[in-house]
Design a protein around this ligand. Structure first.
Ligand code: ITT
Length: 194
């Protein structure tokens, strides 16, 4: 199956390419000549995933999926959530986002958080979303330099360190993104679409 992954985030592309079986031929936005930014005006992660997938699918008349993800921190009432990419302002900057989170929760006793990914699939006949959640806690400091985004401050439940110290193959075994991708694969397989 040939499908476009509507993202500009190179780390997401790397992770998804490792997660999807070889029978998927993935094209990214660069490869289809799309250079603009898609305006993410949704109020939720799910809405933004659908906005990105619909935009590219409608513009190019192609099968497409998009991933919108965010870190939801209990003590911050679910923030940064849908604002995860630009939490510390624009242009987006992972380190500044991390520093802002660490500052805001330094005095909070509750460090519980979760990553949420919603993948929106849009083809000529299908509009469907798939969700993945990874629960954990926020560390006191930055640990590790693997992964991307908030990985160096997120300790998955059952782990003694952050995703910043996980190899990509280990992160892919448990991540919010892999849970959502597996649901997508099961859906496509069980409906004989691939
Ligand atoms: P696209 O919209 O082009 O896909 P983006 O980076 O803007 O790329 P999002 O809108 O989904 O992606 O923003 C989510 C932000 O949350 C992202 O910039 C990262 O900082 C963070 N994030 C997403 N997935 C993550 C992961 O697996 N680990 C750590 N941080 C992640």
């Amino acid at each position: 199956m040939e499908i476009v992954f509507a993202t500009k985030n190179k780390n997401k592309i790397k992770e998804i390419k490792l997660l999807l079986p070889k029978k998927f031929k993935i094209f990214n936005l660069d490869e289809i000549g799309f250079k603009e930014d898609i305006i993410e005006y949704g109020k939720t992660i799910e809405e933004n995933a659908i906005i990105k997938a619909d935009f590219i699918s409608n513009k190019f008349s192609i099968d497409c999926f998009a991933d919108d993800s965010g870190l939801e921190i209990e003590a911050l009432n679910g923030d940064p959530g849908v604002f995860s990419a630009r939490y510390a302002g624009t242009p987006k900057n992972d380190l500044n986002n991390i520093r802002k989170v660490l500052k805001l929760i330094s005095k909070k006793r509750n460090k519980k958080a979760q990553f949420r990914t919603v993948i929106a699939l849009k083809t000529k006949y299908i509009s469907k979303t798939f969700e993945g959640i990874l629960k954990g806690t926020i560390s006191k400091e930055i640990i590790g330099s693997n992964g991307f985004g908030y990985d160096p401050i997120f300790i998955p439940n059952g782990s003694s360190t952050t995703l910043g110290e996980f190899k990509s193959s280990m992160k892919n075994m448990i991540s919010h993104r892999s849970i959502a991708v597996n649901k997508l694969i099961n859906f496509l397989n069980s409906n004989k679409i691939v």
